[in-house]
Design a protein around this ligand. Structure first.
Ligand SMILES: Cc1cc2nc3c(=O)[nH]c(=O)nc-3n(C[C@H](O)[C@H](O)[C@H](O)COP(=O)(O)OP(=O)(O)OC[C@H]3O[C@@H](n4cnc5c(N)ncnc54)[C@H](O)[C@@H]3O)c2cc1C
Length: 428
């Protein structure tokens, strides 16, 4: 129930942008309402570890109310609403959402920060939406984990050799960081814990294909790191195919534009993202990939009181659109919040400047790549850096502790701790 007369800022999305914006606004001269369809913030960069049975889904998510509480007394001006945002009445400055009982909520705002993230983009490839697995939220990660484990259980009792092999083969589409990390983790799962769990399957090599339409893995990374990632994955037994454009996905595998077919019961699509569909419903100017166009100050082109941040926002750095990654999302969230505070003080909003801290991706145990400024790292040093950075940004002390414990078990024993097929997933 709203009683205060302070200006109200509504933040749509409790992802990286939304949470970092809220931290900035805590203690400010405004009431802040964070809205999300889920009651938790999810650390998406570790979704692939949930999918490959390395960490529990609960350990990479933190309840939004807990995140607010952890900010201390200065967060007394923050509140949370679990609801699905449907649209915005920009003329009336009202946000329309659906509450937990399906009721329609009309929520007035003085400033609005839109940070609803992105969804998988299958670019209209036939069969991809129906047959390929996607990895954009916790439910999808658990669904993929269940599917992988079920495929092994089924393969163990499949007499026909071809059908058995089909169940044990996996295709990952997209050679960006998510595809590389998932393919590496799948290979380690198959030659580690699952090889020991299913001795009669005689798994000597993983059957994982990584398909990338371009001429190399990890676009945007320095060439030596891209080459290292390919060499390392190949050494781990992953069948890396470059220039491999998928033309169709079916229940039994993927077809390539050059006529090739890869037989596999599991195809995972990591080849693209586009702005969250809410963006289309808002009717604001959009880029072709569904992102919303923003002014340099991160305000929407058409409405001064509306700010954009994260994957949904088309912001630029050195004349090129920023990638849909966590560091831009965090910095944009913070900057948009600071600009809202400036406007509340009667000052002018400032243009956003991205500070490029670099990029990193892990490939497998003791193998990662990282670029920090002009410095490139690979192998063990990059892997240790990757571990440290991911633990630091994972929200919640308890989550960090559990994830670290699971990583230690995996590292020392090659054991994946979460090999349960859960029956509670709403997607199945
Ligand atoms: C599998 C995977 C691996 C990744 N790995 C990396 C990595 O290694 N490094 C890296 O930098 N980046 C990585 N990313 C990208 C990074 O996670 C995103 O760029 C970042 O999460 C974007 O932050 P955001 O705040 O814009 O959106 P999100 O973090 O996606 O948050 C958006 C929030 O909005 C909510 N929401 C959306 N629509 C509505 C609605 N209509 N109503 C209510 N709530 C809504 C969602 O529930 C969600 O909580 C990865 C992403 C994925 C999916």
């Amino acid at each position: 129930m709203r009683q205060s007369k302070k200006p109200r800022v509504i933040i749509v999305g409790a992802g990286f942008s939304g949470i970092f914006a809220a931290r900035e606004l805590a203690g400010g001269p405004c009431d802040v309402l964070i809205i999300d369809r889920n009651n938790a913030h999810t650390f998406l960069p570790l979704l692939y570890q949930v999918a490959t049975a390395a960490v529990e889904s609960e350990h990479i998510a933190a309840p939004v109310r807990g995140v607010i509480r952890a900010m201390g007394r200065k967060a007394a001006n923050l509140d949370f609403l679990m609801a699905e945002v449907r649209s915005v009445d920009f003329a009336q400055r009202e946000l329309l959402a659906e509450g937990q009982d399906g009721e329609e909520l009309r929520l007035p705002y003085d400033y609005l920060l839109l940070a609803p993230g992105s969804v998988t983009n299958t670019f209209g490839v036939p069969g991809a939406d129906e047959h390929a697995f996607s990895l954009k939220n916790l439910e999808e990660a658990v669904r993929l984990r269940n599917h992988i484990l079920r495929s092994f259980e089924a393969a163990a009792w499949t007499a026909d050799a071809d059908a058995r092999l089909n169940r044990l083969c996996f295709v990952v589409v997209g050679g960006g960081p998510t595809g590389v990390e998932l393919a590496g983790a799948m290979a380690e799962l198959m030659t580690g814990a699952l090889k020991r769990d299913f001795p009669r399957l005689g798994l000597n090599r993983p059957c994982v294909s990584l398909l990338e339409a371009g001429d190399g893995l990890l676009p945007g990374f320095p060439q030596n790191l891209r080459d290292y990632a390919r060499t390392k994955l190949t050494a781990m037994g992953v069948d890396v195919r470059l220039g491999a454009q998928v033309s169709r996905v079916g229940a039994q595998g993927a077809e390539l534009k050059d006529g090739g077919v890869i037989h596999a019961a599991t195809v995972v699509w990591t080849a693209g993202v586009k702005g969250e569909p809410l963006a289309v419903r808002l009717g604001l100017p959009q880029a072709p990939n569904g992102q919303l166009l923003a002014r340099p100050t991160l305000q929407s082109l058409e409405h001064e009181a509306v700010f954009l941040a994260g994957d949904i926002c088309r912001a630029e750095h050195e004349g090129r659109p920023l990638p849909m990654f966590a560091p831009p999302a965090i910095q944009e969230g913070r900057h948009a919040a600071q600009n809202i505070l400036r406007l509340l003080r009667g000052e002018q909003p400032r243009p956003f400047k991205y500070f490029d801290k670099g990029m990193m991706a892990t490939i497998g145990k003791r193998a990662a790549v990282a670029r920090m400024g002009g410095l490139t790292l690979k192998g063990l040093p990059a892997w240790l850096l990757w571990l440290a950075v991911h633990l630091a940004y994972l929200i919640g002390f308890r989550n960090r502790l559990f994830v670290l414990a699971n990583w230690a078990v995996d590292y020392f024993l090659s054991e994946r701790v979460v090999r349960l097929i859960s029956r509670r997933n709403p997607l199945e």
